[in-house]
Write a protein that binds this ligand. Structure first.
Ligand code: SAM
Ligand code: SF4
Length: 319
């Protein structure tokens, strides 16, 4: 076995260094976005979750191997009752960046707490600026809470991004409204391609809009200036002269596997090297001193080519 020689860096045989980790706190969620999970979704028992100490141990060990960025996600991370405990622990780690991805529903009441942590980067999902459409997509009546949490987080100085899954016939008519939203509030909007994951596999062909198609549509009305990005960025970004900041995560049409630097930790302690692959290693109940061979084997599991689809739902993997 090649890679981990000493506690330096996690570099796979293709030269990709692991420096980012997505940490799912739970698979449950209070929304039911139709492309993400079924109405009657069942969730893992809380007894299966990694404890806050175990999450801290995994992240702390990975930070010794060069991990630089952690993003907490789920399901809906703010629903985990130990959310604050976990964020407090992660804030103490020797990493450069701590962030979270949330549906925004419970966010506003966490902002005062979060401002005293190192979590400065908050991505909030908002698939429509129309209340009715938003409620139809999420299958919950929650637009007002989410919208107000976005503006409040921005006002409080967090680095806020809005994630919008662009879907044909659903919200593609709102592209220009999102651009206006971005320039009005100085909030970056990132358009995601619908990925062939779980629930979305069946309807993906009908819903799918490529980033190229969206860019062409936007160019009909706006000049797009390219923004420089990190080599392992999952998005490519533009600015408009009106000040809108927009990004595209083209996971389907322009996969970024060749430069991917990310691993994922599921709520029940399964560490996987790729969103689209169900291969991984179980770290639950493993003592940190025994991680090394597991990390070495995981380095060899990261695919170099894009896997076409995965049957687990996004909330189960940790989006
Ligand atoms: N509940 C939180 C939220 O919605 O932000 C965090 C977890 S959610 C799984 C993370 C992101 O994955 C959301 O922005 C969601 O829209 C996106 N997502 C879920 N299923 C997707 C799919 N099939 N294709 C593209 N994005 C998807
Ligand atoms: Fe919940 Fe996020 Fe999935 Fe929507 S996308 S159902 S908010 S986990």
């Amino acid at each position: 076995m090649t890679p981990v020689k000493n506690k330096t860096q996690l570099i796979d045989p293709h030269g990709r260094r692991v420096r980012k980790l997505r940490v799912s706190l739970l698979d449950a969620c209070n929304f039911r976005c139709f492309y993400c999970m079924p109405m009657n979704a069942t969730f893992m028992k809380a007894s299966k979750w990694l404890s806050p100490t175990a999450i801290e141990n995994v992240c702390s060990t990975l930070s010794e191997y060069g991990l630089e960025q952690i993003r907490v996600t789920g399901g809906e991370p703010t629903m985990r009752k130990e959310f604050r405990d976990i964020l407090t622990r992660l804030s103490k780690l020797n990493i450069q960046k701590l962030g979270m991805t949330t549906n925004g529903y419970y966010l506003e009441k966490e902002l005062e707490f979060l401002k005293d942590t190192r979590c400065r980067h908050i991505n909030i999902s908002l698939d429509s600026l129309s209340k009715d459409k938003f409620n139809t997509i999420t299958r919950r009546e929650s637009f007002d809470q989410v919208y107000s949490s976005i503006l409040r987080a921005k006002e409080m100085g967090f680095n806020v991004k809005v994630n919008t899954v662009l879907m044909r016939g659903i919200n593609d008519s709102e592209i220009f409204d999102f651009i206006k939203f971005s320039s009005t509030y100085d909030i970056e909007v990132r358009f995601l391609e619908v990925m062939k994951i779980g629930q979305a596999c069946g309807s993906q062909d009908d819903l799918f809009i490529s980033a190229n198609e969206a860019v062409a549509k936007i160019k009909s009305q706006h000049e797009l200036q390219i923004e420089p990005m990190d080599f392992d960025s999952t998005s490519f970004n533009f600015k408009t002269p009106s000040g809108a900041k927009i990004g595209f995560i083209a996971s389907e049409s322009k996969p970024f596997c060749g430069a991917c630097s990310r691993w994922r930790l599921s709520a029940d302690g399964f560490l996987r090297a790729c969103l689209m692959s169900n291969k991984g290693v179980k770290v639950k109940d493993v003592e940190p001193e025994n991680y090394k061979p597991l990390l070495e084997s995981l380095l060899l599991m990261k695919p170099i080519n894009r896997i076409k689809h995965v049957h687990e739902d996004m909330n189960q993997i940790g989006g």
